[in-house]
Ligand binder design. Structure first.
Ligand SMILES: NC(=O)c1nn(CC2CCNCC2)c2c1CCc1cnc(N=C3C=CCC=C3)nc1-2
Length: 320
């Protein structure tokens, strides 16, 4: 595990001759006061934490080394670190400032999102109106476009992983199950063409499946995962913001999967027509025929909606 980012703190010490010296040391656990738990995963716990020197608040994700090794999760830890190292310049992605470790744990110092989960806000309001759905849909899409441009497929997009900052703007998180394609900014050296098939074959063996209600049909039928998988989840999220529940929901995961692969869902009366057209063109079984990010940006539902830097300077609409 190679720590990333060099955050240093200045420490006053007295040397052997009794002289006061100021040492710059890499920040560590002692530089933070840890507060409440924000969330717990299968191999990590996320704390609210305050930098004792700057008093700035962060979310610190703590991963216990022996648990990671015991549960054979080293691959996921490395994927998350590599993913966060790629996704460094977008307002819609939770930013990793730096990492450090001690003998028992690894620590990721991340953006704190004081607005909590989009799902929590949706539950409070029941459902969103078109204006709010368009704003949050546009921010989520902008973040997906950036991820995909950096060769990152999230694979588990859902309202629980869409957090909100203190401006109630979107911050997507939890990249431990992301799929990393070759980084377009520094592609790997050309491989032996004979090996190319091998990597495709590995992909089909991928064991990971996302959260039942948002998983794409291709992930269930032939384990193929690509950028369109995130756009299937996007279609599910747009539907859920307007209706208050996801399009595919059944008493068991298996029954939910059955509804997905047979495209068994319906729109309640009064569902806005432009949104319906958008959702119908995202929830297409064949990933090759699903709308792409570009298509969605130009879809009628987003008519008049800004994307790019302007979108992130816009005040979030009042939720109703
Ligand atoms: N898995 C993570 O990386 C992660 N998990 N959480 C908390 C989870 C709670 C359940 N739903 C998904 C997120 C965070 C992060 C990133 C960094 C991060 C930054 N801010 C918050 N803030 C929260 C504030 C109130 C309630 C939940 C989260 N949370 C996180």
């Amino acid at each position: 595990w190679k720590d990333r980012g060099a955050a240093v703190s200045l420490r006053r010490e007295v040397d052997a001759e009794g002289r006061t010296i100021i040492k710059s040391v890499k920040k560590g656990v002692r530089d933070f006061s840890f507060g409440r738990i924000l969330g717990e995963g299968s191999y990590s716990t996320v704390f609210l934490a305050t930098d004792r020197q700057t008093l700035r608040e962060y979310a610190i994700k703590v991963l216990e080394k022996k648990h990671i090794i015991k549960e054979n999760k080293i691959k996921y830890v490395n994927i998350e670190r590599d993913t966060l190292n790629r996704l460094t310049e977008h307002p819609g992605i939770v930013r990793l400032y730096y990492t450090f470790q001690d003998e028992t744990s690894l620590y990721y110092v991340l953006d704190l999102c004081t607005g909590g989960e989009l799902l929590g806000v949706l539950k409070k309001t029941g459902s969103f109106d078109v204006e709010c759905t368009r704003f949050y849909g546009a921010q989520i899409l902008d973040a997906i476009a950036y991820m995909h441009s950096r060769g990152v497929i999230h694979r588990d997009l859902k309202p629980e992983n869409v957090l909100l900052d203190d401006q109630m703007h979107v911050k997507i998180t939890d990249f431990g199950t992301a799929k990393l394609l070759p980084d377009p900014r520094n592609p790997p050296p050309p491989e032996d063409p004979m090996r190319q098939n091998g990597s495709r074959h590995d992909e089909r063996n991928a064991s990971f499946v996302g959260t039942a209600e948002y998983v794409s049909p291709e992930l269930l039928t032939d384990k193929a995962v690509g950028k369109p998988s995130d756009l299937w989840a996007f279609g599910c999220i747009i539907y859920q913001l307007l209706v208050g529940r996801p399009p595919f929901k059944a008493p068991t995961e298996y029954l939910t999967f059955q509804k997905i692969v047979s495209l068994e869902y319906e729109f309640p009366p009064g569902f806005p027509p432009a949104a319906r057209d958008l959702v119908e063109r995202c929830l297409v079984l064949d990933p090759a025929r699903r709308l792409t990010v570009e298509h969605i940006r130009n879809h009628e539902f987003f008519d008049g909606q800004q994307f790019g830097p302007e979108l992130w300077r816009t005040k979030a609409p009042r939720l109703r």
